[in-house]
Design a protein around this ligand. Structure first.
Ligand SMILES: *Cc1c(COP(=O)(O)O)cnc(C)c1O
Length: 366
């Protein structure tokens, strides 16, 4: 059991608020897929899925074992595996996961498996590349896909989808609209020849914000659920879901000239009071936050991180803060704090969230 005092609390109310915020931007019949890959953006995909399962239509994970973890926790909602990988296709079926098939290699491997089983109308998802050039069939692959599909009833296409390359960036509007139009054309071609109409989806969070008209049948919300919109104004309308706290392990009073931490990176100019906190770069705090770049909150006051961030700990300057060993420390509990950490770490909030390691204890508060 993980009884670490450094805890990431997932705010269920905030998750629900954020989900409803995006629902309001959509037609009532548009389905919602909640993206819970990478441990629910650095938290706990099982806890999040258990909380959201009666509020969304689908979940998506990146890899097969992430989907298996949800099934093993008794999550019954359909789960799209975005990058299933050929060696896992039998597990996909065993756990009733739904594979994204994005090229002929994996498509044919899955069809072979579906023939051998045999499966009946097993839900598959076809991804088309419309410009991200990451995963996906090309529109020129459609005739061969259709011919293959017409010969089998072992699989059924549950959805056709694509992914936008720059949905958050209005300077790339022409490119994005072109992607959406290409997708609509691909869907039309597939519909015409397939004989039934799978669901269509292309929008991620910022896609919903900027191109809600292209919501088709379903949208895939990730970062938005976790409290981040396209810009600060929108983020302010969302609620923060990830709150990381810890407690002070030890307080030291050090004399002028004494140093703190590895490489003696902090040198005390005056008598100082430091607090040691059990969270470090192995928990997801970038070393870039060291040497007074980052801070934590102790009793509502900013305590700067001094010296280098260690693997398992940080030391902060609490010379002017009334505090004791055992007091609570807030590493982040607002989107502003997270954004600040991401900025100092020279990255985006996606990375700051997903960097929170598995060692940190996770709790979901309803
Ligand atoms: C990660 C991912 C999403 C979610 O994106 P957000 O920007 O976090 O909403 C949606 N679709 C695909 C294919 C993804 O890989």
């Amino acid at each position: 059991m993980n009884n670490h005092v450094t805890v990431l609390e997932i705010d269920g109310n905030a998750l629900e608020h954020n989900l409803n915020y995006f629902k309001k931007k959509l037609n009532p019949e548009t389905k919602i897929l909640a993206v819970v890959k990478a441990f629910g953006y650095g938290s706990d995909s099982v806890k999040i899925a258990a909380f959201l399962q009666d509020k969304v239509d689908y979940f998506a994970v990146a890899y097969t074992h992430e989907g298996i973890a949800l099934r093993e926790a008794d999550i019954k909602t359909p789960i799209l595996v975005l990058h299933p990988q050929i060696q896992n296709l039998q597990s996909i079926v065993n756990y009733r996961l739904e594979p994204n098939l994005y090229n002929f290699k994996i498509f044919e491997a899955f069809l072979k498996l579906s023939d051998e089983a045999p499966l009946m109308n097993y839900p598959i998802h076809l991804k088309f590349n419309t410009g991200l050039n990451r995963l996906g069939f090309w529109h020129t692959d459609i005739p061969k896909i259709i011919t293959t599909l017409k010969e089998t009833n072992h699989v059924k296409v549950a959805s056709i989808f694509s992914h936008l390359a720059a949905s958050e960036d209005l300077e790339e509007q022409d490119f994005t609209i072109n992607q959406i139009n290409n997708f609509a054309y691909i869907a039309q071609q597939v519909y015409k020849h397939l004989g039934y109409e799978p669901m269509l989806h292309i929008l991620n969070t910022s896609g919903i914000v900027n191109y809600a008209k292209a919501q088709f049948d379903m949208v895939r919300v990730g970062i938005g659920l976790y409290g981040f919109g396209n810009d600060d104004k929108e983020t302010a309308l969302l609620k923060n879901t990830h709150n990381l706290t810890s407690i002070i392990s030890q307080i030291h009073i050090i004399k002028p000239g004494e140093t703190v931490g590895y490489n003696r990176a902090f040198v005390a100019k005056r008598q100082s009071k430091t607090a040691t906190i059990p969270v470090g770069h192995a928990d997801g705090l970038s070393r870039r936050l060291g040497n007074k770049k980052g801070y934590v909150l102790i009793n509502n006051q900013k305590a700067k991180i001094i010296g280098n961030v260690c693997m398992d700990m940080i030391m902060v300057d609490v010379t002017k803060i009334e505090c004791n060993e055992g007091d609570q420390v807030i590493i982040f509990n607002t989107q502003d704090m997270l954004k600040n950490i991401a900025d100092i770490s020279e990255t985006i909030v996606y990375e700051t969230l997903t960097a929170i390691s598995q060692r940190v204890k996770k709790m979901l508060k309803k």
